[in-house]
Unconditional design. Structure first.
Lengths: 308, 280
């Protein structure tokens, strides 16, 4: 198992911190969001806003409108939960704010549902101009942070608490371009964040049954790389999406919208959360809710059998 | 200290401008057929003093880096600011007639991406002060000489986010920030004191670490002095509690919640304008 993407973020923000425009904000979570090292190195550009995330989002907006590049960091449910502030003070202003949400999905584990963002992508994806990036692993996180430093406009970066499989290389990352990790024509598995590693392993299992899966790392959830989705729909027998997020409004919805509005036709299964989360280890929860490689491979296998 | 004659002239000039702004405001809202006259009229005197005595702006270069920043957090009252911006030359007077109409830069609530000179898009109450605090923080980081001004409504300070910002600004010594509370006593559906009382409001801001200047917000001399006093505060942000009357200047609108969010009809507009012009 590789590092958590929040760990990689902590290193990456230190790297881009050489840029004087970079400001880091957090709400009493410098440890959990891995921004302690930045705070130590750049105390003049680090602000702990306390447990007052609405104000943190607004301050980030004011900083951005004054030429800074602020990164507002907290658990994703606490920042995306300040939807009204993100909506008006960030998105509508077209403020150059980076909202960094860590502790996403059931991968949070033992803390249980109240700390698990399962609806954050759905909420923020409705805003017209927010770029949403969810890297698959540490290398991709570093590439994403570098790209977001120079990106124009509001952005949301979604990061894991738990360690994830290392599946990508730091090069080859481009905001808005799906990364293909494995090719196959029997099914395309579109995954994002922690589920990319699970999808890769599931593809290995499926290959043992002579099912060749294409694995697509959808690190940018908005704007979605519709071209790659439509290509997969045309070249593969079926599509499966898998995300540690609600099945309503996240990756699966985005793919379904892309197919429906572009006359793309392919059988589609959307795998993700349909209930609230609960306490347990991340591994146990991924097994129980079908996001781990083994149950994922089984679901895909069964799905493909229904198509025969 | 300016000579007495100069000061009298200033106050007389600003009072006259405030009257002009109120007239333009009522004409504009009447033409639009919707809007929020009560809270624009209460803010008129302070807006006149800010835009024609204090704010260092370049209307021909709205994004001039050295400008002072003004954020109207009570965004529904933006018509009185539009009137001031037009008079200062940000745009042509004729545009005021397009308020709230399709395609107009003069949106019902301020939109910084449609109208150059608007610093922040507001209208979801409770958010503007945080944005102002972020700007003041940026100003401090850059060692800038410009100042940030932010006007809030009294119903607005019922919102918890305002107090989050109120805690943050003194903690970081933001003495380049002047907040103004347009304390006009009435919110959309009744008296602030009845709906969710904010008193003792000056004590609350003091307790949060702000220098409070508590004034009659319709006394132009007190307004000018309060703005000057706030400029001189060091080590902490300043809050001007501007005690005003909602609907000020149109007697039958004053303190009546009915005039929070409705435009006068043609007959009411004439009556309001003649009262504002001093014709009765």
């Amino acid at each position: 198992m590789g590092a958590a993407t929040r760990d990689a973020f902590g290193e990456a923000i230190l790297d881009v911190g050489a840029d004087e425009r970079v400001i880091v904000l957090t709400g009493d979570l410098r440890d959990s969001t891995r921004t302690e090292d930045f705070a130590e190195k750049h105390p003049d550009r680090f602000f702990d806003c306390g447990i007052a995330e609405s104000n943190m989002i607004g301050i980030a907006s004011g900083l951005a409108l004054s030429g800074k590049v602020p990164w507002a960091c907290s658990f994703s449910c606490f920042v995306s939960g300040r939807f009204e502030q993100v909506r008006l003070s960030v998105a509508y202003q077209e403020a150059n704010v980076r909202i960094v949400g860590t502790h996403v999905g059931i991968g949070v584990g033992e803390d249980g549902y109240s700390q698990m963002a399962l609806e954050d992508v759905a909420a923020l994806r409705a805003l017209p101009n927010i770029t949403i990036v969810q890297p698959a692993d540490a290398a991709e996180t570093k590439a994403a942070v570098g790209a977001l430093l120079e990106h124009e406009g509001p952005a949301f970066l979604r990061l894991t608490r738990q360690g994830v499989e290392d599946v990508t290389a730091e090069d080859g990352f481009e905001i808005g371009r799906i990364r293909q990790l494995r090719d196959g024509r029997d099914v395309a598995i579109l995954a994002t964040g922690a589920t990319v590693g699970e999808a890769q392993k599931a593809a290995g299992r499926l290959a043992e049954s002579a099912i060749e899966a294409r694995v697509l790392d959808v690190h940018t959830l908005k704007p979605l790389d519709e071209e790659a989705v439509l290509r997969a729909a045309g070249e593969c027998a079926a599509l499966v999406t898998v995300e540690d997020h609600s099945v309503n409004g996240g990756l699966g919805s985005a793919v379904a919208e892309a197919l429906a509005t572009n006359d793309g036709a392919a059988p589609l299964r959307i795998i993700g959360m349909t209930t609230f989360g609960e306490s347990g280890t991340p591994g146990e929860l991924y097994e129980k809710y079908g996001l781990a490689a083994e149950p994922l491979a089984q679901s895909i296998h069964q799905f493909l059998q229904t198509l025969d | 200290m300016a000579a007495m004659g100069e000061r009298d002239d200033l106050i007389q000039r600003l009072t006259g401008i405030a009257r002009e702004l109120r007239i333009a405001d009522i004409e504009m809202i009447s033409e639009a057929g919707s809007g929020h006259p009560g809270g624009t009229l209460s803010a008129a005197d302070m807006i006149a003093a800010l835009f024609f005595h204090r704010l260092n702006l370049r209307p021909e270069q709205p994004d001039w880096p050295e400008r002072d920043r003004f954020i109207l957090s009570k965004g529904h009252c933006i018509p009185i600011v539009y009137a001031a911006m037009a008079k200062r030359g940000f745009f042509d007077d004729g545009m005021l007639k397009t308020l709230r109409k399709l395609g107009s830069p003069l949106q019902g609530h301020p939109d910084r991406n449609r109208l150059p000179g608007i610093e922040a898009s507001t209208g979801s109450l409770g958010q503007g002060l945080s944005v102002a605090v972020g700007m003041a923080l940026a100003g401090k980081l850059d060692g800038a000489s410009w100042r940030v001004f932010c006007m809030l409504g009294d119903g607005e300070v019922q919102a918890g986010q305002v107090w989050e910002a109120a805690m943050f600004a003194p903690r970081h010594g933001l003495d380049n920030l002047t907040a103004i509370l347009d304390h006009n006593q009435v919110q959309q559906t009744g008296k602030v004191a009845d709906i969710l009382d904010i008193a003792p409001i000056a004590d609350k801001w003091r307790a949060f670490g702000w220098r409070v200047v508590d004034i009659d917000g319709h006394d132009m001399g007190q307004i000018v002095d309060a703005i000057d006093e706030a400029d001189g505060v060091t080590g902490q942000p300043a809050m001007i509690v501007s005690r005003t009357t909602k609907g000020k200047g149109v007697s039958w609108m004053e303190l009546d919640p009915a005039w929070h969010g409705k435009a006068p009809d043609a007959e009411q507009t004439e009556r309001a304008l003649s009262e504002l012009r001093g014709e009765r």
